[in-house]
Write a protein that binds this ligand. Structure first.
Ligand code: SF4
Length: 453
């Protein structure tokens, strides 16, 4: 399917009416086709898209709550063989002053802090560091399982597994099986970016192909490991590339649901954050130019703003009819757009992250405490609820002890928005060893016990 830019030429003031039975799509009686997806992208206004996707979200999640998870994003190494042009986090030279690999003890210390604050899982990802043997990972996983029984280990994205297979001279399935035996529970969807090879070759040299990414996830599903799926927008991709990405996810999910004991639990997309990245040196496409954006071999970047993020969220909710959960991406879009996402098809606010190093390296410095995430959900009309990685509710916050209902002083409630200060962001970028001073503060409600893990 080729996107016909002439579709933009519809009369400017004529209200758009879908040329197909959109009501059947919203009701779950038919599946959005590629042509219908492109029609909606080209012609539907933002708020109509939100209304339709919100109706799908409400059909799939009629419950009175919306969820979040408390975890810690541990980036165990920043040494990486890949050269992603959108990445400000990696160090290719292991002897660089700010290159690092965390020891098991350092990782245990981070998890101890998480557990004290009521966190239930870690999201552990790294660069692809060829110096680390398989024993580093297996011993780390076993150590975490022994020291923190009940903690959910959500770790290692498909590009890492493809490189593990190469580094350890083992099939991907065998590495997955050994890691699973050592304690790995589920896989994050990192490294998905955009599956299209023409894009991937430009923005992710040295990283696995889109098909390899999908194949790793299918192997994990065969082994009973649930995974998430991601998409990175707002760089050099076109709408056809995004559609291709979603189509491949939908097809793989169909297969997993029919043939495997596990599948994708959630879809998350976010926008490219340009600061400090090589890709930021490319020229930028301006929407006011009047010319449609077209792929030009990666020479021009089309950044995605809040409008583009929300449009894609709504379209993903309409298209991915076999994905139960969609997360809001407040980390890149900020708390207000993150909140608005709940009305555009997202049903989950993602993670209260104690620590995040990758996106913050690229200049995005939003942070939200548990109380602020709860307030954003409650202000939107739902009860905030903490969940686990399988989206099971651990704790509904509809009582007086809810994190966001604790006045600090009579009549003074927690702020609704917060950004990391410039000093905190600078400390973040100085790397490990300095993070303790600027890690996100999460208030642990009275009576919360780490033993519930
Ligand atoms: S995005 Fe990940 S794989 Fe790519 S260079 Fe950065 S750390 Fe390496």
């Amino acid at each position: 399917m080729i996107f016909d830019h002439a579709m933009f030429a519809s009369p400017a003031h004529a209200p758009y009416r879908p040329t197909f039975d959109l009501a059947a799509v919203i009701a779950g009686r038919s599946r959005l086709t590629d042509a219908q997806f492109l029609e909606l992208y080209a012609q539907a206004d933002l708020l109509s898209l939100g209304r339709w996707a919100g109706a799908v979200g409400q059909r799939l999640h009629p419950e009175d709550y919306r969820t979040y998870v408390i975890d810690r994003n541990i980036n165990y190494t920043n040494i990486c063989t890949a050269r992603c042009t959108f990445c400000a986090f990696k160090r290719n030279d292991p002897t660089a002053a700010d290159a690092y690999t965390l020891s098991s003890e350092q990782i245990y210390a981070k998890i101890t802090e998480l557990v004290k604050l009521g966190g239930t899982q870690i999201l552990m990802q790294g660069g692809m560091n060829p110096a680390l043997p398989i024993e580093y990972y297996e011993e780390l996983l076993r150590g975490i399982r022994e020291k923190f029984p009940g903690l959910h280990i959500h770790a290692f994205s498909p590009p890492e597994f493809v490189e593990f297979a190469r580094f350890f001279h083992l099939p991907v399935g065998e590495v997955l099986r050994r890691f699973q035996q050592a304690g790995l529970a589920t896989l994050p969807g990192g490294g998905g970016e955009i599956f299209s090879e023409r894009v991937r070759q430009r923005i992710s040299p040295g990283k696995c192909s889109g098909e390899q990414w999908l194949e790793v996830m299918s192997e994990a599903h065969k082994l009973g490991m649930f995974t998430s799926a991601t998409m990175l927008i707002g760089h050099i991709e076109t709408i056809e590339d995004r559609l291709d990405h979603l189509r491949r996810l939908r097809q793989r999910q169909d297969w997993a649901l029919a043939h495997a004991p596990a599948h994708y639990t959630a879809f998350i997309h976010w926008t490219y954050q340009p600061a400090n990245t090589p890709l930021d040196r490319k020229r930028k496409w301006h929407p006011d130019s009047g010319a449609p954006y077209a792929f030009d071999n990666g020479r021009t970047v089309r950044l995605a703003d809040a409008n583009e993020y929300l449009r894609m969220l709504a379209l993903a909710r309409l298209y991915l009819d076999n994905f139960t959960h969609i997360q809001s991406s407040w980390v890149t879009m900020g708390p207000k757009i993150g909140q608005l996402a709940l009305f555009f098809g997202a049903n989950d606010m993602g993670s209260v992250m104690m620590e995040e190093n990758v996106v913050s390296s690229a200049g995005t410095t939003y942070r939200l405490s548990e109380e602020m995430i709860c307030r954003l959900i409650r202000d939107s009309g739902w009860v905030p609820a903490q969940r686990d990685q399988y989206y099971r509710v651990l704790r509904r916050h509809d009582g007086a002890d809810a994190p966001d209902l604790q006045p600090r002083h009579p009549g003074v409630f927690p702020p609704r928005q917060h950004r990391i200060t410039a000093a905190e962001a600078a400390a973040y970028r100085r790397g490990p060893g300095t993070t303790a001073a600027i890690e996100f503060k999460i208030s642990a409600p009275a009576g919360r016990q780490s033993a519930k893990l």
